[in-house]
Design a protein around this ligand. Sequence first.
Ligand code: FES
Length: 109
Amino acid sequence: MNWISIGVISDIPRRGARCVATPQGKVAVFRTQDDQVYAIDDHCPHKGGPLSQGIVHGAAVTCPLHNWVISLETGKALGADEGAVRVIPVKVEGERLFLAQEALASRAA
Ligand code: FES
């Protein structure tokens, strides 16, 4: 597996997110209250809302547009809503964060 460096964990506030532009599209990288880091497509499965601008609670994010709740672990919409976004594996090495390149590449296919 090849990994792409996307910066350090302190770039992302707790319960916040960063939008990372990749050649295959925008990826929302989240940091939870307990410093877990997750990456999913920055594109809500409902109508494409920017999930990186949503509210993080536990291991989920609420879309800023119509309040769908998306699991950061599975990428799936929670509750009564149906849909999913792709989850990109994240590696944390000390302070540094990396995204799995193959997962990004397969996204474009
Ligand atoms: S676009 Fe995300 S809830 Fe509608």
